[in-house]
Design a protein around this ligand. Structure first.
Ligand SMILES: CSC[C@H]1O[C@H](OP(=O)(O)O)[C@H](O)[C@@H]1O
Length: 368
């Protein structure tokens, strides 16, 4: 996407080809800072600390992380160590595990001398594939937004609510949930986005709002608990969110609070869509509530808030009493029954096993 008019991805090969570079998302929206990743540990830290975040971007970063590990040591032991370190960074986004399995399947059979070049080629291919997938999700999602706009008589604004950040910052480019919104905006549909702030890491307030502003998409930041009220008053035409892991039955793991938004949407007859790139489908799982691992992060992400002072200085302040414990669950699971449809790169389908198999028939009968 463009930043100050200049095309940009969220992660890229450094011009000297000796590192990966990425936008440090912990510095947005107050500063646009690039972080240079030269080692396995720097790549792992970038994922763990959420300098890079979002399921597809986590997968791409992990692929570059394997390349960085092998640049230092291309032995079997170093490959396995690198895969293990990266696999241990964050548990919920299945793209991380898909990308690492993909890299291992490619690299383990190769002679060490061939591994570094092959790893970089694959990391770049994974990034390019993500961009193509997200463009396609945008095109399929655009049709849903055009239909919603037509149903509304093309009057006023098309009101879309989104949760967290599933924009181009959460991917290599274009985003998943925001991709149809960008394409609708560019097609001249007067779309307006209600942006859930998404406590505690504020991916909506700090990242989605920044992205939409950069592209000129009208939006309003709201507290996480406002969405149900807006839906009750007819101010939301549809919801569209991303996902970190979706089961073969269509249960959707996404940022904490997504489930509550889906319940409000169901209660108010508001369509609830999930933008789902295929590397985010976990074909091995059926019951998402029972089986998807939910990341718990440090309580200081809840007790502390970082922002910019009037002086322009960025500071962190504590908002909870000293000694009050904080529980920081990072994801929840929305059962398929609350999902209107899944928007994949191959088209739109019901949130069900048959729905997914209709778009991915090659998965029928495979023992996962
Ligand atoms: C397109 S994946 C975006 C997905 O990832 C986010 O989680 P996090 O910011 O913790 O990496 C959130 O669940 C988004 O919907």
């Amino acid at each position: 996407m463009k930043v100050h008019g200049k095309p940009m991805r969220s992660i890229w090969l450094a011009p000297d080809a000796q590192a990966a570079e990425a936008i440090d998302q912990t510095r947005l929206p107050h500063a646009l800072v690039t972080v240079r990743l030269t080692t396995l540990d720097e790549a792992a830290h970038a994922i763990r600390s959420m300098q890079v975040r979002g399921a597809p971007l986590i997968g791409a970063t992990a692929a570059y992380g394997v390349w960085l590990a092998l640049r230092a040591d291309a032995s079997d032991g170093a490959l396995e160590h690198g895969l293990a370190v990266l696999r241990g960074t964050r548990p919920t986004a299945v793209n991380l595990h898909w990308a690492l399995d993909d890299m291992r399947q490619l690299l383990a059979p190769l002679p060490p001398a061939e591994r570094v070049a092959a790893a970089l080629r694959r990391a770049e291919a994974i990034s390019d594939e993500d961009v193509a997938i997200n463009r396609a999700i945008g095109a399929h999602g655009l049709k849903l937004l055009e239909d919603a706009w037509a149903r509304k008589g093309r009057q006023g604004r098309l009101e879309v609510l989104t949760h967290c950040n599933a924009g181009w910052l959460a991917t290599v480019d274009f985003g998943t949930a925001l991709s149809p919104i960008y394409q609708a905006h560019d097609a001249g549909i007067p779309v307006h986005v209600w942006v859930d702030e998404t406590r505690p890491r504020n991916q909506g307030a700090q990242l989605t709002a920044w992205e939409l502003g950069q592209h000129g998409v009208p939006h309003t930041v709201i507290a996480d608990n406002v969405g149900g009220h807006l839906m009750q008053h007819g101010q939301v035409d549809l919801c569209i969110v991303g996902t970190d892991r979706t089961t073969a039955q269509g249960d959707v793991a996404n940022k904490i609070g997504t489930y509550l938004k889906a319940l409000a949407a169901k209660d108010n007859g508001v369509p609830f869509y999930v933008a789902l790139p295929s590397p985010t489908i976990d074909w091995t799982l059926r019951d998402g509530v029972r089986e998807i691992p939910i990341e718990q992060r440090d309580g200081t992400e809840l007790s502390d808030v970082t922002g910019r002072l009037a002086s322009g200085e960025v500071a962190t302040v504590r908002i909870t009493p000293e000694g009050s414990p904080a529980a920081n669950y990072a994801f929840d699971v929305t059962p398929a029954r609350l999902v209107t449809a899944l928007i994949t790169e191959r088209g739109v389908c019901p949130a069900s096993h048959d729905g997914l198999l209709s778009l991915f028939p090659e998965r029928r009968g495979r023992a996962e």
